[in-house]
Design a protein around this ligand. Structure first.
Ligand SMILES: *Cc1c(COP(=O)(O)O)cnc(C)c1O
Length: 440
């Protein structure tokens, strides 16, 4: 570790140093990533950068000092509610990301449950195995418990298993639209009907699909019902920093009614520093992602989002067809939108070696487990690089096939960890990694 700098440097030298440090980062501008960054178009990036810069020091903790931010928030929440077909009386909140949106929805369920079962009740939520780890983080932080239920062969939530998992203490059922791992939408109608029959809450995690599925549907594609048109759905999380194309730091959570949203808020009246109220998880936060998100929606409009959704869907079709046409590879599930994962068949190449071979060519796909697979989120920006990607993909598959089974390296490590039966050992490995990340 370098010591604290004793003297300053010129801005010019600092910028040169920063550029050097960043020189090996993944090339998101040219859509080399299939996760993490949702590349739209260069004109959208230029607008984002201009508006972001204008709001860099704005603090969204106080929308009183910065009425512009109140306006942006109000519009973003209203636009989100409209896209999700929220009924009159619905109310939403801005957060810094999907994890915070989910944390808030689970907190609302906890307060709701405490009002029914008492302050000290052990409250539970039922989550399909494919639901995002943010639900597990939320119960971990909130002192609740998550009961995990299996998914069906088509990777959608098994609602019978969810029914069996409900107890006296269950406050919330969760469904994803779509789930991150396979890009399939859970049977939200059945999950919400079950929640309503039991008189409990139902959260739809549309962090990924909230700004893609509405447009995919309007383009005429079959989209399973997932939004507030489904009776019994009580809250929905939707990330603007994914398929809304905003820079990281903006997400939304919308509730069917204001009374539910109120359970999300926090107030502390006894602080000498003043009366303190906080609508969500963060304290001070940048107004820049909010302002940029507003500008992007204003710039693209429904028309712009439809065009991008069509492009991303078409690119998804090209990629998934190429995978299905490759002997030894298969899609894990048929995706409902622009997110999918693929694996190898028994006589196919090692899938993690395919990942390594793609990485060598500058393409970054996430590794998945159960089964070992590679994961891709397709953004509109991938349309431009699709031909190059598909050529590299064919080469990468051949290269992996020629290598046989990995004995060392990242591919071997992923394979071994994915298959270790003791998940506690694997969790410790993850904690060690966080404690001591490999130096760059
Ligand atoms: C990304 C994602 C989340 C978590 O959101 P962050 O913005 O990473 O905190 C939750 N659920 C799903 C389905 C997601 O794709």
């Amino acid at each position: 570790m370098a010591p604290f700098p004793e003297t300053g440097s010129s801005a010019r030298d600092v910028i040169a140093e920063v550029e050097d440090i960043a020189s090996r980062d993944a090339d998101w501008r040219h859509a080399r990533l299939f996760g993490l960054v949702y590349k739209c178009d260069d004109d959208v990036d230029a607008l984002t950068e201009a508006v972001y810069r204008r709001f860099i020091q704005h603090n969204a903790l106080s929308v009183t000092a910065f009425p512009s931010l109140r306006r942006f928030e109000g519009d973003l929440l209203a636009w989100t509610a409209e896209l999700l077909h929220a009924p009159a009386g619905a109310a939403g909140a801005m957060t810094t990301g999907g994890t915070e949106s989910i944390l808030m929805a689970v907190k609302v369920a906890r307060e709701w449950g405490r009002a029914r079962h008492g302050e000290h009740a052990d409250l539970e939520i039922v989550v399909p195995a494919t639901a995002h780890p943010a639900f597990h983080k939320a119960v971990h932080l909130l002192g609740m418990r998550a009961v995990v239920t299996p998914v069906r062969d088509d990777w959608r939530a098994d609602v019978d298993a969810m029914r069996d998992a409900i107890t006296e203490r269950t406050v919330l059922l969760v469904g994803s639209a779509p789930g991150f791992p396979q890009g399939v939408v859970d049977p939200i109608e059945e999950i919400a009907a079950l929640a309503s029959e039991r008189g409990i809450l139902c959260h739809v995690d549309a962090c990924l699909g909230g700004f893609m599925l509405p447009f995919v549907e309007r383009l005429g594609n079959p989209v399973p019902p997932f939004d507030f048109r489904v009776e019994g759905v009580t809250s929905i999380s939707a990330d603007i920093h994914k398929y809304g194309y905003a820079p990281k730091g903006v997400s939304t959570v919308t509730y069917r009614d204001r009374a539910l949203r109120r359970l999300q808020f926090f107030a502390y009246a006894d602080w000498p520093g003043g009366l303190y109220g906080s609508p969500a998880g963060a304290g001070a936060k940048s107004g820049a992602p909010l302002a940029a998100a507003w500008a992007i929606m204003r710039y693209l409009g429904e028309e712009g989002y439809l065009e991008r959704a069509a492009r991303a869907m078409e690119t998804t079709r090209r990629f998934t067809e190429a995978i299905e046409a490759t002997p030894g590879l298969r899609l894990v599930a048929q995706p409902d939108m622009t997110v999918f994962s693929f694996t190898s068949t028994a006589d196919g190449p090692d899938i993690f070696l395919v990942g390594d071979a793609l990485e060598k060519r500058g393409w970054y796909l996430d590794r998945q487990q159960k089964p070992s697979a590679l994961h891709a989120m397709i953004s509109p920006g991938h349309a431009q690089v699709a031909d190059t990607f598909l050529a590299d993909f064919a080469e990468a598959v051949d290269e992996a096939r020629a290598q046989g089974k990995p004995r060392t390296g990242v591919a071997a490590m992923y394979g071994a960890l994915a298959n270790l039966p003791d998940r506690g050992v694997v969790e410790n490995f993850i904690l060690d990694f966080l404690d001591n990340p490999p130096s760059p």
